[in-house]
Design a binder for this molecule. Sequence first.
Ligand code: 13P
Length: 247
Amino acid sequence: MKQKYLILNWKSKVTYDTALNLLDAVKTMADANAKIVVCPPYPILKDAIEWFKGTDIEVGVQDVSALPVGAHTGEVSAELLASMGVKYAIIGHSEVRARHKLKNADVKEKILAAQKAGLIAILCIGEDEKAYKTNKTNAVLKKQLEECIDERVAGETLVVAYEPIWAIGTGHAATPIVASDVIAHIKCITDDMYPFVVVPVIYGGSIKANNIADFIRVANIDGALVGGASVDPDEVLKILGVIEKKS
Ligand code: 13P
């Protein structure tokens, strides 16, 4: 099976001690046949980068500033992160969009800043429950993609994460069939935007050890973005146990 993404978004769910335990749990599975990316809060980044040196496990962040290095108190620039060894940046997560009232144009600026610094941008898109229930999912996602991506955004360093808002943290994941259908729609749009690049598209929203296999075995789902389950060491080990070992 081709390598799928397994991206762990710890959100703000750890303290320093629990984070170090989790780093150990993730490291035991460095031989899994998957592209594993751990996204801890900023203060854990340096530890995470040290922990995974010499393995294929990469480190990402959960958000990034659109602003360059400069007099921007409170911001964390993409250049700083890249210079530390961070490789990925989750951008436009629905929790960040809601908290900071981000518009798609703001998300685009963050993607551009991340890519300019050499980071791979993981663009999160997803519809709310009302849009889902009224069959507006595809229209909402198309608008998000068109407004978050323009010709300056590089397809080579872009991953799209389909994260339906109604599935995040609720225990009600989309079914693999629904996720696969929506991802097919997303891929039609990204194929149009990037005729010569394959942009990976992954699913996130209530992924746990007991359902992850149902998603990653679907051919067009390129991996999973895991939130809550990624901060439970037992779940992490079970999830990683589902993924085959490198041969
Ligand atoms: P949960 O796995 O907790 O539903 O969160 C998904 C998510 O937001 C990952 O970015």
